[in-house]
Design a protein around this ligand. Structure first.
Ligand code: FAD
Length: 617
């Protein structure tokens, strides 16, 4: 067997040596060779087209999963399991695209087909062989979205008795769905995650109800502390189908994004049940159907979908600490998610427990309102100035300069997706080293004020912290200056020991008089929602949500290679998790919606490499 592989390897390499040296020729020859090998079902020949240190990231096309194959052995194993079913073909440089070459890496957008879908992707070649390959599903054949030439007519020309208008049809659908007709899918949580997924499913004609306990779309943003503006810039935040207009502010104020979501929900014709709380969900393994109990405007309604998506927010299940004396404290105390804003705390003494984004935003707003504020920092935090992050971290893909240079949101998302998580830290570290150099004085001043800084366990910075643990950082939009100059008082390297009636006592014995205590102590794993709504058993069965298995703080190993449980099949049939920041929600809702659509249409979706559960929360 070994002998045969190396013989094939030589012949492939000969093919490649004879390649046209222009980037287009190199990529085309490689894709032709891949096409031939895959069409012939010759897994070894296909594997020989990959570098030894290769990565193949597949978003749903081959694996019906979100999965990265690392190295030739994993590529081989996946192809052996999935090639016959997938029947890939027509690999080529994507229409209208040109391959490029920089520093010995040739890269190109590519397109291909499978038996059931059309795919788009990206390839990087090193030494004529595949180093990274991204394959993503664009659409299911026969179930394309009605776009462009295929857009709906809207008007019905001609004459017809008792015809219904668009408005009447919408009203009839709203009256019927969930009552006399069951939705195929129920999304619990109508924040931007549920809304983006709902929009995609609508276009794919998957009957869906979004259940949201707040009254109006956008309320999950509206209800956050009043000073909040998005920390990510507009280019990163677009929703599917309907980008923000070109005059939209770089950093959306929270109420403005709330209004956009409300408008979006309406114009995208989503079946959005506001003031509706999901109380309970149970799955019947025999009928393969959920029973979802919803309280809508005070009335109990039972829904029977086949698929249940929890889009209940990864920053929505408050981690509320338990300290001795909380029950006797006489002032106001609440988790950051309940913080109403600073207005009534002018002249009062506020203690904010925590030192990440929310803590900084809340401290700064309280200081602006004239409160006496102390931040309590237990452990180190990664701080990045917003302008440095925008310029050095995001500008190449998500910025006005990128737009001017021809970068589209879809391409930016795919370039990002094409970078395997395994090597992402190596690619991110230089960015944060450059930021550290550029902002050296800023960091020095913060440390002088006693602030405990870190740059991630392996110095790879903010984005890796986000992907691994979704916490542990502050994108500085002004509060750090207040910490550095002492306007926001700081107690670092200590924890809360207890509360008294009027103060917070720290572990070093310090007593901080307090009228207000804000617990900016973060959020719990999303499978906590599964425990609340379904059962502890199902929550444990699906395991921890989020993180990569990087074996860094709050992201225990083993290495899993993709975000746990997000946007892909879980150990519980019919149960899905959706969410993340606006970028992830936009990008991954495409792949989750296609997985759901395929199931609804009865297209076989054998999942390759269903994740194993290593941690329960
Ligand atoms: C302070 C702060 C700042 C942030 N800044 C940014 C930023 O700049 N950019 C960014 O992209 N992200 C940011 N995030 C992350 C932010 O949480 C997400 O982007 C966004 O809110 C996630 O959307 P979501 O739909 O997944 O969750 P959420 O917006 O949290 O929505 C979840 C929804 O589920 C509903 N729900 C929960 N349980 C039930 C139930 N049983 N029945 C019915 N409904 C239920 C909730 O009411 C809620 O509306 C920030 C988060 C916080 C806390």
């Amino acid at each position: 067997m070994k002998k045969r592989a190396s013989a094939v390897n030589t012949s492939v390499r000969e093919d490649i040596i004879m390649l046209d040296k222009a980037p287009n020729g190199k990529v085309s020859d490689l894709l032709n060779a891949l096409d031939k090998a895959l069409s012939a079902g010759d897994v070894e020949r296909a594997v020989d087209l990959f570098q030894a240190d290769c990565y193949w990231r597949d978003l749903v096309t081959f694996t019906w999963n979100i999965k990265t194959m690392e190295g030739r052995d994993q590529v081989r194993e996946m192809l052996k399991a999935r090639l016959a079913d997938t029947k890939p073909s027509s690999w080529k440089i994507a229409d209208g695209e040109e391959a490029t070459e920089t520093d010995g890496i040739t890269e190109s957008w590519i397109q291909f087909e499978t038996d059931v879908a059309r795919g788009f992707g990206h390839v990087r070649l090193k030494g004529g062989l595949i180093w990274t390959l991204l394959t993503t599903m664009s659409e299911l054949k026969g179930y394309e979205e009605p776009l462009g030439f295929d857009r709906p007519m809207g008007a019905k020309h001609g004459a017809e008795r008792n015809r219904k208008t668009w408005k009447e049809e919408r009203e009839a659908e709203a009256a019927e769905l969930g009552y006399s007709r069951q939705p195929y899918c129920v999304i619990v949580g109508g924040g931007q995650g549920g809304i983006a997924l709902g929009a995609r499913l609508r276009q794919l004609n998957v009957p869906t109800i979004i259940v949201e306990k707040n009254e109006r779309p956008g309320d999950s943003w509206r209800k956050r502390y009043k000073s909040l503006c998005l920390h990510d810039p507009v280019w990163y935040d677009h929703l599917p189908y309907l980008p923000f207009p070109r005059n939209w502010p770089v950093f959306s104020p929270k109420d403005k994004i709330g209004d956009w979501l409300e408008m979006y929900t309406k114009v995208m014709e989503l079946n959005y049940w506001g003031s509706s709380e999901c109380k309970k969900a149970t799955y019947d393994e025999k009928s393969r159907e959920w029973t979802v109990v919803v309280e809508r405007d005070g009335k109990e309604i039972v829904l029977k979908p086949k698929q249940l998506v929890l889009a209940t927010g990864m920053s929505a299940k408050p981690n509320m600490p338990k300290f001795e004396g909380m029950d006797i404290f006489k002032g106001d105390q609440h988790h950051s998610s309940q913080h109403p804003g600073p207005d009534k705390y002018k002249g009062k003494k506020a203690v904010v427990i925590g030192s990440n984004n929310s803590a900084h935003d809340i401290c700064a707003a309280l200081w602006e309102a004239g409160a006496d504020v102390t931040m309590v920092q237990r452990s180190s935090t990664h701080v990045v100035r917003s302008d440095s992050l925008m310029e050095l971290g995001l500008a190449a893909l998500y910025s006005e300069q990128a737009v001017q240079a021809g970068m589209t949101t879809a391409k930016a998302d795919l370039i990002f997706a094409s970078l395997p998580y395994k090597i992402l830290p190596e690619l991110q570290t230089p960015v944060y080293n450059a930021i550290r150099e550029r902002d050296a004085d800023f960091y020095k001043r913060l440390e002088k004020a006693g602030f405990l800084l870190d740059y991630g366990d392996d110095e790879s910075g903010l984005f890796m912290k986000y992907l691994r643990r979704g916490s542990g950082y502050y994108i500085d939009v002004g509060a750090s200056e207040l910490v550095a100059n002492g306007s926001i008082k700081l107690k670092s390297g200590v924890d809360v020991k207890k509360l008294t009636e009027h103060s917070v006592i720290l572990t070093d014995g310090t007593e901080l008089p307090a009228d207000l205590v804000v617990y900016a102590t973060g959020y719990g794993s999303m499978n906590g929602w599964a425990a609340d709504l379904i059962s502890r058993e199902v929550a444990d069965k699906v395991g921890k949500v989020w993180g990569l298995g990087s074996n860094t703080t709050k992201d225990p190993g083993p290495w899993e290679g993709e975000q746990r449980n997000m946007w892909k099949p879980t150990q519980q049939e019919g149960l899905w998790f959706h969410g993340g920041n606006l970028h992830q929600s936009r990008h991954y809702s495409q792949f989750l919606s296609l997985q759901l659509k395929a199931r609804m249409e009865g297209i076989p979706t054998p999942v390759y490499g269903l994740q194993k559960v290593h941690h329960i929360n």
